[in-house]
Design a protein around this ligand. Structure first.
Ligand SMILES: [Zn+2]
Length: 357
């Protein structure tokens, strides 16, 4: 942290300075289906052996004291740009975002990246250049890599891993590290989810997870690694639709702190919405969630919230406020085609109300 005095503060927000010592890594594996991580099929689980043992509390690395595995439900359209928007803003972008998927421009909406930047967190990013186009000037260090070359299964990922290696050798230089790997999604597009290349790619991603956990566990700070994907992959290998294979993505949280009451993966944990990710990540880092976020922090993840503000997060869902905000967003949407909420993609008042915990 370069200057803790500059952290984002608002009049009703109580910060605990210990939150600022935490390390956060968001690892996005583009196109990863939930069954690639949670399948009971032994063949599949064996490909992510480290992740599987760590989330079950059986890692040989003693520093993993908290784990949480669940499915994150993703709204359609299941394409990358609107999903990154959802994940970072806690909002549900509409179908027109598909049209803008290849023309990512700076995101005007409040987001976790903006919150961290305002709070003077040092954020590094490596991977899909959608992020660097959406958040110019927000990263202390970044390398955005083009996602257009679907035939590239390895080069972009290798580049991300090289940057990761450097970042892990200098953990004091960042607070938040965001990685977005593309190779798995590209394999899906060309060869489908049952390609013989998929298991090896998953093993490569598993080695990435292990390197992050190994490095963070050796640090005298609390840390959180969130492994998830922007969307899934259809049985034909593409994405964009609303099939369960495309809309149900895995989330594995590993941490130095206990996150939930149990490490036993047989205990069913509630599924999350992708809109919840923004609140989850900001609560861990002790900054306010993005203003427009519809996300919630489920009580089962209360152990994740840092400082004395978790109550306000848990009740960050006065749905009348949210409806007011929705109306405001809808009135603005016609001027912002990139953020246009579609009727079918938006949470209704009953959805919101039913999710008040
Ligand atoms: Zn994607």
């Amino acid at each position: 942290m370069s200057n803790q005095n500059n952290h984002y503060l608002s009049s009703d927000w109580h910060l605990d300075r210990r939150c600022f010592d935490r390390k956060t890594v968001l690892l996005l594996i583009d196109g990863m289906r939930q069954d690639m991580v949670f399948s009971s099929d032994r063949q599949s689980a064996a490909k992510m052996r480290f992740l599987d043992s760590a989330r079950r509390g059986k890692s040989r690395i003693a520093g993993v004291r908290g784990s949480y595995s669940t499915v994150v439900k993703v709204q359609s359209p299941t394409v990358t740009l609107p999903r990154i928007k959802c994940l970072t803003t806690g909002r549900v972008p509409g179908f027109l975002d598909v049209l803008w998927n290849f023309f990512a421009s700076e995101l005007a909406t409040d987001s976790i990246v903006r919150r961290w930047h305002s709070a003077n967190f040092s954020v590094q990013f490596y991977g899909d250049d959608t992020w660097t186009r959406m958040f110019p000037g927000s990263f202390a260090m970044a390398q955005g890599l083009p996602s257009f070359f679907a035939t590239d299964f390895y080069e972009v990922d290798k580049n991300v891993t090289e940057n990761l290696r450097e970042a892990l050798s200098a953990t004091s230089s960042w607070d938040v590290l965001i990685l977005h790997y593309l190779g798995l999604d590209h394999i899906g597009h060309i060869e489908g989810p049952n390609s013989r290349l998929v298991p090896d790619k998953l093993a490569e991603m598993d080695a990435v997870v292990e390197s992050i956990v190994t490095a963070l566990s050796s640090q005298p700070v609390d840390w959180l690694l969130a492994v998830t994907s922007d969307h899934g992959m259809s049985d034909l290998g593409g994405h964009g639709g609303a099939s369960p294979a495309e809309t149900r993505t895995p989330l594995v949280l590993l941490s130095s702190v206990q996150l939930s009451s149990s490490l036993d993966p047989s205990i069913e944990l509630p599924e999350l919405e992708q809109t919840d990710m923004a609140n989850l990540l900001t609560s861990w880092t002790g900054v306010q969630p993005p203003r427009a976020s519809l996300g919630l922090l489920h009580p089962s993840l209360g152990g994740l919230a840092c400082g004395g503000f978790s109550n306000s997060l848990l009740s960050n869902n006065n749905w009348l406020d949210l409806l007011e905000l929705e109306a405001e967003l809808n009135s603005k949407s016609a001027k912002q085609p990139g953020d246009l909420p579609a009727n079918s993609g938006h949470l209704s008042s009953s959805d919101i109300n039913s999710r008040v915990y």
